[in-house]
Design a binder for this molecule. Structure first.
Ligand SMILES: [Zn+2]
Length: 274
């Protein structure tokens, strides 16, 4: 009888589902094998060898046995955490965005289809969501979302008309269309009739276009946040046939707290102590 192959890869835990009294079925987004569903035997026992390692959004090195039959589950052998991303649990905006990313990765990853670039983008984004400044969370998430869409072959066309490849906005014209079904922006002449097509202004398209071109965008400003989220949410919902559950939980974080105006500062406090 041939030996069962053992595979080793890095992975992000997407979700863990109770399978039996002692076992979990865990969805992993792996760097080398795309999405993999493993059974973690004994994971629900006290003092399990997997303890703490199978929480959603943990990044880990995973060893698993290759399944014998196509319909079977892989079996987890070892899960060695690289990053628990504990910061995600310290603030609701971090947690919601992390959970949204897990939902997005589960939806757009495919079993046995390696997507190392998407994996690397997701791992980098999770580190920022867990530990980066709050003011940068939405930038990290939207960048990663574009990477996930690109990895799935669905990168939206934003810098030209997705139909005629001409300019999206004509001279002196600030209106165009955004059509998830057509694959992105459409010039005024080409937006008719496509399901899900909505009008978009030059200002409305600009922040997402800047992101797609790799530029810095301040998404703490509510108009830019809403412009980016509105287009991404519509795009994702169209291609999945449903909106992601957590999309409506995403709210702008707001600009970083500024130093307060005139008020008691260090020196003043010291004086009042005396
Ligand atoms: Zn056109």
């Amino acid at each position: 009888m041939p030996a069962v192959p053992i595979l080793k890869t890095e992975a992000l835990v997407l979700r863990a589902i109770e399978f039996s009294e002692t076992s979990l079925v865990v969805w992993l987004f792996t760097r080398d094998h795309g999405r993999v569903h493993v059974i973690a035997k004994g994971a629900r026992r006290a003092r399990s060898p997997f303890e703490g390692a199978l929480e959603p959004l943990v990044r880990a090195e995973v060893l698993f046995y290759r399944k014998a039959r196509a319909e079977a589950l892989e079996t987890a052998k070892e899960v060695d955490p690289i990053d628990l991303h504990l910061g995600l649990r310290t603030a609701l905006p971090r947690m919601v965005r992390g959970a949204y990313l897990a939902e997005l990765l589960a939806a757009f990853s495919e079993p046995e289809v390696p997507a190392p670039e998407t994996y690397d983008a997701a791992a980098a984004a999770l580190a920022l969501l867990a530990r980066g400044p709050l003011s940068g969370l939405d930038l990290a998430l939207a960048r990663c979302e574009l990477a996930v869409l690109g990895g799935a072959g669905l990168a939206p066309v934003l810098d030209r008309c997705a139909r005629c490849r001409g300019p999206v906005f004509g001279e002196g014209v600030d209106r165009a269309w955004f059509s998830p079904g057509a694959g992105g922006a459409l010039c005024l002449a080409h937006g008719d009739g496509e399901r899900g097509t909505a009008a978009v202004t030059r200002d409305g398209l600009r922040p997402l276009l800047a992101l797609a071109l790799g530029r810095e965008v301040d998404l703490t400003a509510a108009p830019a946040f809403r412009a980016v989220r509105g287009l991404l949410d519509a795009y994702v919902a169209f291609h999945l046939g449903r909106p992601l559950g957590l999309a409506r939980r995403l709210e702008p974080v707001g600009p970083p707290a500024r130093a307060r105006g005139p008020g008691p500062r260090g020196g003043a406090r010291q004086r009042t102590k005396r």
